[in-house]
Write a protein that binds this ligand. Structure first.
Ligand code: 13P
Ligand code: SF4
Length: 351
């Protein structure tokens, strides 16, 4: 039963003591989230992973997050993802072969190594972070993208941003770039589907990728909310499309969303454009202060891969560790980890 599984988790977790730390992303389901020792957005969790002394770092989140934990911890520490099938569909929209082809094609038009800083959103595979490490680039998250993009533009006049076009566009807009200076690179088309003149004119090349969860949120939902509740506030994650971000009162990472609403005055009403598990949890937490939190979409949209980390997988993982068996370890090959770490350390140094 559900309660029996919760008890198995508690027992195994207690036996592991300080040997293990459970990190939980804000999108984790309630029955898993409650077991996390530390929670946060991608940036906070990568910092926490870099700081922990625990031997086992159990990541309740998605694959790229566990990779970051492996990269940022010491060699004897072990990063574990309770279900190996917990990927990120956005991260899968870019891969090394396609990014390398893009780089080669850019070099037909420009001198990419001198003119373009590659910036990868942390929602990407470790080999793409390694690509950025190798080519003078950097990693960003949803909470530091502006600072990171400034760093990138201080080095080279253009940025290649992957895999999320929406975070890239919103960040470019915040830095003052015009829409025609931000062009979409379609990795399935030759030269990204662009002309050499467009590439030369562009300041940001936006990889054609998106989050399938955040693409559900539409500006029409904000308009309907504002018509009904003129005093209501709207907050969205920057993975939402440009129209949604532009129409929102606040845009930020999951940690920023949680903090903003928790610190808001009593009696305020909020429309939130991010994953449903986070919104549900927040709605319950702030209800005693008479704050109303509403989900932006009319349909249910959860991150199905975050959802894969369920109590059964967590119990199984912890019980194996109690028995001395390591399951579902995430291990990034050494040469890749070294370069990816370089790109991650550049990020952590300035955020
Ligand atoms: P945060 O870094 O804002 O938590 O975002 C992670 C993510 O995957 C959002 O979809
Ligand atoms: Fe990836 Fe979107 Fe899920 Fe975040 S919500 S982990 S970007 S698929």
């Amino acid at each position: 039963s559900d309660e029996a599984c919760q008890e198995r988790i508690r027992v195994a977790r207690a036996k592991l003591g300080k040997k293990a730390v459970i990190l939980g992303h804000h999108y984790q389901r309630a029955d898993v989230y409650q077991h996390a020792d530390l929670t946060g957005d991608s940036l906070k969790l990568s910092k926490l992973a870099a700081q922990t002394d625990s031997e086992y770092v159990i990541f309740c989140g998605v694959h790229f997050m566990a990779e970051v934990a492996d990269i940022m911890t010491a060699p004897h520490q072990i990063a574990i993802l309770p279900d190996l099938a917990a990927g990120c569909s956005m991260a899968d929209m870019a891969n090394l072969a396609k990014v390398e082809r893009c780089w080669r094609e850019l070099n037909e038009v420009l001198n990419a190594e001198e003119e373009v800083t590659p910036v990868t959103y942390i929602n990407s595979a470790a080999d793409l972070k390694a690509f950025c490490g190798e080519h003078g680039g950097i990693v960003c998250t949803s909470s530091n993208a502006g600072t990171i993009a400034k760093w990138a533009f201080e080095r080279r006049p253009k940025v290649l941003f992957f895999p999320d076009q929406h975070l890239g566009r919103w960040t470019g807009h915040q830095l003052g770039f015009a829409m025609d200076e931000m062009v979409v690179w379609d990795p399935d088309l030759e030269l990204g589907g662009l002309t050499p003149a467009q590439i030369k004119h562009a300041r940001i090349l936006l990889w054609k990728g998106h989050c399938s969860v955040h693409q559900m949120f539409q500006k029409s939902q904000i308009d309907a909310f504002r018509a009904k509740y003129p005093e209501g506030k709207v907050i969205a994650h920057p993975e939402c499309n440009f129209e949604v971000c532009a129409a929102a009162d606040y845009v930020g990472s999951t940690e920023h969303i949680v903090k903003t609403i928790k610190e808001a005055p009593e009696g305020t009403r909020w429309l939130v454009g991010t994953e449903l598990n986070l919104v549900d949890r927040l709605a319950k937490e702030v209800l005693p202060q008479n704050k109303i939190v509403q989900f932006m979409a009319t349909t249910i949209c959860m991150c199905s891969t975050m959802q894969r980390i369920d109590p059964q997988h967590l119990a199984w993982t912890l019980e194996n560790l109690v028995d001395g068996k390591i399951v579902n370890q995430i291990k990034v090959p050494e040469h890749e980890a070294k370069l990816a770490k370089l790109a991650l350390e550049r990020m952590l140094a300035i955020s």
